[in-house]
Ligand binder design. Structure first.
Ligand SMILES: NC(=O)c1ccc[n+]([C@@H]2O[C@H](COP(=O)([O-])OP(=O)(O)OC[C@H]3O[C@@H](n4cnc5c(N)ncnc54)[C@H](OP(=O)(O)O)[C@@H]3O)[C@@H](O)[C@H]2O)c1
Length: 346
């Protein structure tokens, strides 16, 4: 039997797909067999990812023309609503990690409300395990299908889940303000994403109605055992990659140390989570190029005010890196294989 797992990457010419290819090439047990793209279909991989010119000799295919007969595993980096439309063409023997939102939400009605489309496979939503690795390892290990978490949700859920689960915070007044680099929007050709619009500019979007709110509320409500409704806003800043989330909490005045201790206990054995000393806060520079989440807890000027700051690389821990972590668990490899903790910018 071959030692390799035969992989197909869908949406491989995009930003997330490109990271997925790079991670697969670093993995000793993966053989990339096929790649899909849309407008780039028919082109050599180096057309979309020039750095791979001498490393990977494959062409992108149209999704419709893909054959999955000899494929063991799919990483799907397609835009929302595309994988569910093609799900019936994928043999049941193939395991899938979907990096879009198609299978993250448990209620099919939420897709119409938050994503403006009617889900075509509501009956299959329950087959997908939510892949926030650090909190769902047992289910991920035995899963066939994974819904990989969104980028903003990953940065936000990581510190909040242990605090709600352990009842160290218990109010519903959670306000989150996140900033993201432009790769979070994908390889868009929209005018609003061209250099002259993006450079020297910061703008907010989705204030109070961003799509990721559904996923954040869903997972926080599961952790707490009661409905949580956060106030979330997102901002685009002129960098390529990285997310910084400021999470503002009003707490019981005597709970500051308990909150810090809870996070310390939750993450002490985690490879990819760093908790900074109390009152120090992280910057995206610490995590870009790595699969790390860096978390800081900062006291406010009054004892009942607290801000948690969480940073990730949106394309790695927020997408392809976490997908690789989940792949490793599903296949009984060391969870850190092909992944790094080291940020790679100055
Ligand atoms: N960017 C992030 O930070 C991030 C983080 C977490 C999750 N995600 C999710 O990951 C997925 C990919 O995001 P991305 O940022 O990599 O997007 P992207 O850069 O726009 O890439 C999209 C990919 O899908 C292909 N594609 C586009 N329309 C298609 C269609 N109708 N049918 C089949 N293939 C199509 C594109 O091919 P062509 O290039 O040939 O057109 C490309 O390969 C999305 O679901 C996104 O929400 C993104």
């Amino acid at each position: 039997m071959s030692n390799f797992i035969n992989i197909s990457i869908l949406g491989a010419s995009g930003y997330v797909g490109s990271e997925m290819i790079h991670l697969c090439l670093k993995h000793p047990n993966i053989k990339i067999q096929s790649l899909s793209a849309n407008e780039t279909a028919g082109e050599h991989v180096s057309k979309a990812i020039p750095g791979l010119r001498d490393t990977l000799d494959l062409k992108f295919s149209k999704l419709d023309e893909m054959n999955f007969t000899n494929i063991d595993f799919i990483f799907s980096c397609l835009p929302h609503a595309e994988l569910q439309a093609s799900l019936h063409k994928i043999p049941e023997t193939v395991k899938i990690i979907d990096l879009s939102a198609d299978f993250r939400l448990k209620k099919s009605d939420d897709y119409e409300k938050w994503y403006d489309f009617k889900h075509t496979h509501p009956d299959r939503l329950s087959e997908f395990v939510y892949g926030l690795t650090e909190f769902n390892r047992d289910k991920i290990r035995s899963a066939k299908y994974i819904a990989n978490p969104g980028c903003y949700p990953t940065s936000i859920l990581m510190p909040l889940i242990p605090l709600l689960k352990n009842k160290v915070i218990n109010n519903n007044n959670i306000i989150i303000d996140s900033k993201s680099g432009y790769s979070g929007a994908g390889k868009s050709k929209k005018t609003e994403n061209i250099f002259a619009e993006v450079n020297e500019n910061i703008k907010s979007y989705g204030i109070g109605d961003h799509r990721h709110i559904a996923e954040i509320n869903q997972e926080l409500s599961i952790a707490s055992g009661y409905p949580i409704n956060v106030f979330f806003s997102a901002n685009l800043i002129p960098v390529n990659r990285g997310i910084l989330s400021n999470i503002y909490l009003t707490i019981d005045a005597n709970k500051q140390n308990e909150i810090y201790d809870c996070l310390e206990k939750s993450f002490v054995n985690e490879n990819f989570i760093s908790l900074l000393p109390l009152n120090e806060v992280p910057a995206t520079r610490e995590v870009v190029g790595s699969n790390r989440v860096s978390i800081g807890v900062k006291r406010g000027y009054k004892d009942d005010l607290l801000c948690i700051v969480s940073v990730i690389d949106n394309l790695l821990k927020g997408a392809a890196g976490q997908a690789m972590q989940n792949f490793n668990l599903m296949n009984e490899f060391n969870e850190t294989t092909a992944l790094t903790n080291n940020a790679n910018i100055l």
